[in-house]
Design a protein around this ligand. Structure first.
Ligand code: ADP
Ligand code: ZN
Length: 430
């Protein structure tokens, strides 16, 4: 099923022409209106007329999250202040957040991309769509909301709310589709278990869009199995609109990036050099249609690779592989590099593992993984637990080359974050 078949199946050559035209317009706009980019162009000795082919995108400067913070609150605005109709921010865990403006057209366009994305998963106007992402400055609430309304779903803006209320809404309105953080989907499953609710029988869920934070294929499978529904990976970042930038189609084989709206590059995170299609590196995105605040070559720090083969669904927009981590998430333990996702993959391969875990690093690179077990997994028999623990340590060692400590704890004993999960507590940097 398509929302906008013509745009979604556009031929590669027409798509590339469109990208070039939109890139040229964007570069022209920021050169005229944004002093930050004007100065950068001057330093690089380039003018908008130098962008003659799509490859010339490489001549443009990168934009980093530090640039966004340095230009807070409105240094990168490319329209008059009264043309902006919406403000969102991206997390300001330290210091000021990054502020992102939307014009009227940007708001409509973001909703349009969400509509494409949701319909691509098989969601229709018949669905009751419960948006369990936080409403407010975070894009996961409002941006997703307007797109789901555009599709014609009955949208329930439940936000992250309490689990009691989520369940009540799900049951009373027969929710069929949700948009949810993977960490919350796992946590909520524990809540349902406690309430004696069997999600496969007692709920009407058929689709779950899961994203906004990294998660593994094992976690997807687990959520599918618990809820008895299809789970699709949803990727986004505030700087480029929020959700709806890239999504999985019904084949669940990588995320289609809407290339008529963004230019996708994969670069080597250290050298900044572009990598050939298929190689793993840092994703860099250039917005092509954003009006209020276009961003050139944004360093997402998300690690992935382009899947060059065309998708069976017929969409011509290329896919990228599940994000394996952020370049700044990489842990260095006793000289060995690893990503928290590798640990998650191992943990989720144990059926006894429950719904939450945390990686604590302290002292001289001592890594302890605290893992919640399911009620059945934590059956209290000391010998079982110590055998399980040993097995986990071995598997983790084989995957990461580091031997961690593993602490098995009962369900519900680890803290749960309000929004995105915090999986790593690195006390070395405190
Ligand atoms: P904040 O910075 O406030 O957390 P954003 O929504 O802008 O808010 O965060 C975007 C980041 O979230 C992405 O750059 C990426 O690291 C992560 N992210 C979003 N969706 C996914 C996904 N499906 N898989 C992995 N990581 C994701
Ligand atoms: Zn597809």
């Amino acid at each position: 099923m398509f929302w906008d078949q013509e745009s979604e199946t556009i031929t590669r050559s027409t798509l590339q022409q469109l990208q070039l035209k939109r890139l040229q317009d964007t570069v022209q706009r920021v050169a005229q209106r944004v002093p930050f980019y004007r100065d950068k162009f001057k330093k690089l000795g380039i003018t908008p007329a130098d962008i003659k082919s799509l490859d010339d995108v490489r001549r443009l400067p990168f934009t980093t999250s530090a640039d966004l913070r340095a230009n807070y609150p409105d240094g990168l605005l490319a329209v008059e202040r009264d043309e902006a109709v919406r403000l969102h921010t991206s997390s300001g865990t330290t210091g000021k957040p990054k502020a992102i403006f939307f014009s009227r057209k940007d708001v409509d366009n973001a909703a349009e991309l969400i509509a494409r994305s949701l319909v691509m998963t098989g969601i229709t106007k018949k669905d009751v769509f419960q948006n369990m992402m936080s409403y407010g400055l975070f894009t996961g609430g409002l941006v997703m909301h307007y797109g789901a309304e555009k599709v014609g779903c009955l949208v329930i803006p439940s936000g992250p709310g309490t689990s009691e209320r989520q369940l009540m809404l799900m049951q009373d309105f027969r929710t069929t589709a949700v948009h949810i953080l993977p960490s919350y989907a796992l946590y909520f499953a524990g809540f349902l278990e406690q309430k004696g609710i069997d999600p496969r029988k007692d709920l009407a869920l058929r689709k779950a869009c899961v994203g906004a934070e990294p998660h593994t294929e094992e976690t997807r499978r687990r959520i599918e199995q618990i809820y008895g529904c299809d789970v699709y990976n949803s990727y986004g970042l505030t700087e480029m609109n929020g959700p709806g930038i890239a999504f999985e189609c019904e084949h669940k084989a990588g995320l289609h990036l809407w290339e008529d709206n963004f230019i996708l590059e994969i670069i080597h995170p250290d050298t900044g050099e572009p990598l050939p299609e298929g190689q793993t590196g840092e994703m860099v995105l250039t917005s092509l249609k954003r009006e209020a605040m276009p961003i050139l070559r944004y360093r997402t720090r998300d690690i992935t690779s382009i899947i060059p083969e065309p998708c069976k669904c017929g969409r011509t927009h290329r896919r990228f592989a599940r994000i394996t981590g952020r370049s700044d998430d990489m842990l260095i333990i006793r000289g060995v590099n690893m990503f928290p996702q590798q640990i998650e993959r191992v943990l989720m391969s144990f059926p006894q593992v429950g719904r939450n875990y945390v990686i604590v690093i302290e002292g001289l690179d001592d890594m302890t993984i605290k893992v919640e077990l399911t009620a059945a997994g934590f059956d209290g028999q000391v010998e079982h637990l110590s055998a399980l623990q040993k097995q986990m340590v071995e598997k983790l060692k084989a995957e990461t080359w580091v031997r961690p400590k593993v602490e098995l704890v009962p369900a519900g004993s680890l803290p749960v974050a309000e929004g995105k999960a915090k999986r790593v507590i690195d006390k070395r940097s405190l």
